[in-house]
Write a protein that binds this ligand. Structure first.
Ligand code: PLP
Length: 298
């Protein structure tokens, strides 16, 4: 569903902005994570896997998505979680607590070990320890995930000029690019620093009607400041649409800033993808509170 977004003060720029409400696809499994899991779950069933294993940080939307999907589809789930220190504190973490409630077995590893997660040796250790689970990469990005994300755009989206998407690992935007029309410009808003994303996305796509806008990561992955929190709270007040501070908040901040800077021609129609991520807002508020910062209104 595409929802028109009207923000006071942007009228004079004469662009039309819409949000594709993929956040409403499922109550728990964050918008794009459901898309990314769809064909992976089909493969797991077809190949008779009984267990799904994946990786993530303490507030990962993907971890909770896999836990919930496993629960719904009858797979055991294992989450390899970054940070040994969480071993004794995970019950205070809303994301991990919910993942556990969906039956996910949590395995905490050090940051050094976590960095090894894609090595042959570590994968073999996990295959043996957990008896041949289907292993999904961090963030869930693989070719089947990209295929699932091609379903984000539909025929009715052909009338847009620009399609905007938050970028983490690049799987979601890759699907969007592959499903886009030649006249679309697909703009990615990375939620983290790093030049590797462009090359990663290029491995999945065959088109060149896309670009990454790297000015709105707010210092890196999961980093937030008061300006961003205030923007998200104001956006919610004005549009009644909640955003998350890790991905969609940064993207939308970037889009509004670009509109105000005249980046989009008058008459342009812009579609932004709301990829979800709202489950993380509870955990983010815990951290904001500790740092005595303004909280997200949720
Ligand atoms: C994971 C996530 C993304 C990033 O998706 P990638 O496919 O990793 O680029 C964007 N938005 C939200 C809400 C997410 O949870």
């Amino acid at each position: 569903m595409n929802q028109r977004v009207e923000i006071p003060g942007l009228d004079s720029f004469e662009v039309r902005l819409y949000l594709k409400r993929d956040d409403l696809l499922h109550p728990i499994i964050s918008g794009n994570k459901l898309r990314k899991l769809k064909y992976n779950l089909q493969r797991a069933k077809k190949e008779k896997y009984t267990k799904l294993l994946t990786f993530g940080g303490a507030y990962s939307n993907h971890i909770l998505a896999v836990a919930c999907a496993g629960h719904e589809h009858g797979f055991e789930t294992i989450g390899i979680i970054r940070g040994e220190e969480l071993q004794n504190q995970w019950k205070d973490n809303p994301t991990l607590k919910r993942a556990f409630a969906y039956g996910m077995q949590l395995d905490f590893v050090s940051r050094e070990e976590y960095r090894e997660k894609n090595t042959k040796r570590f994968v073999e250790v996990l295959q043996t320890k957990y008896e041949n689970p289907m292993i999904l990469p961090e963030g869930g990005t693989n070719a089947l995930a990209v295929k699932g994300c091609m379903e984000i755009l539909t025929e009715e989206d052909a009338s847009f000029d620009h399609v905007c998407c938050a970028v983490g690992t690049g799987g979601t935007i890759s699907g969007v690019i592959n499903a886009s029309e030649q006249h679309h410009t697909v703009l990615g808003f990375p939620a983290l620093k790093g030049d590797f994303l462009k090359a990663d996305i290029a491995t999945f796509v065959k088109r060149d009607n896309w670009n990454l806008i790297s000015d709105y990561h707010f210092g890196g992955y999961g980093k937030v400041n008061e300006v961003l929190v205030n923007f998200i709270n104001t956006f919610k007040k004005e549009t009644d649409i909640p955003l998350d501070p890790v991905y969609t908040g940064k993207m939308m901040f970037g889009i509004v800033d670009l509109i105000q800077k005249g980046h989009f021609q008058k008459g342009s129609k812009i579609l932004a993808i709301h990829t979800g991520g709202l489950q993380g807002n509870i955990g983010m508020n815990q951290r904001l509170k500790q740092r005595k910062m303004p909280l997200l209104e949720i």
